[in-house]
Design a protein around this ligand. Structure first.
Ligand code: AMP
Length: 172
């Protein structure tokens, strides 16, 4: 766990003053650590019959797609507004540093699909909460929400209290 934490770089005042951005690119760059992260996620969810992994733009795409491959699940994406080409459903959400909208293709989930949501980092929980609403609008069942990093002091977990939330490393 220390090796994973040591490979996450703090970038102060990015993208705004007062935010300490957790940069996971040094971790992704190290094959054993990248593999370790995916293995930890895999062992947490391998028995859960996940049918769709949802990756949240953009670092959720990196972790989520590899995990989907290992879980033999489909992979769907949630993106910021205006980037998806087909018919979408949309939700607004609050970020640690702003407000935005998220979209998902309306055919990315089938009713009763067992869904795992993946992102690199849980901060206030607004992004994941909006993603849960999108999944549920399409009648998917959210089995879990998985994060590499949890900023515990922002209490995002409380916003997601009705769901199974898992994170690999935490910052208090
Ligand atoms: P939130 O909706 O507040 O939980 O924010 C989570 C989303 O914003 C994730 O997609 C993260 O990648 C990104 N994010 C928020 N805060 C940070 C941070 N301090 N460092 C890196 N990414 C962040």
């Amino acid at each position: 766990m220390n090796a994973i934490k040591n490979a996450i770089r703090d970038i102060p005042d990015f993208p705004k003053k007062g935010i300490v951005f957790k940069d996971i690119t040094p971790l992704l760059n190290q094959p054993k650590l990248f593999q370790k992260v995916v293995d930890i996620f895999y062992s947490r969810y391998e028995g859960d019959r996940i049918q769709k992994v949802i990756g949240i733009e953009s670092r959720g795409f990196i972790l989520g797609s590899v995990l989907a491959y290992r879980l033999e699940a489909g992979f769907s994406i949630v993106r910021k507004t205006g980037k998806l080409p087909y018919k979408t459903i949309k939700k607004s959400y609050d970020l640690e540093y702003g407000t935005d909208h998220l979209e998902m293709h309306e055919d990315s989930i089938e009713a009763d699909d067992r869904v795992l949501i993946v992102d690199d980092l849980l901060a206030t929980g607004g992004t994941c909460n909006a993603t849960i609403q999108l999944v549920e609008e399409l009648k998917g069942k959210v089995v879990g929400c998985a994060f590499l990093i949890e900023l515990s002091f922002l209490k995002g977990r409380e916003k997601l209290k009705n769901y199974d939330v898992f994170s690999i490393v935490q910052y208090a």
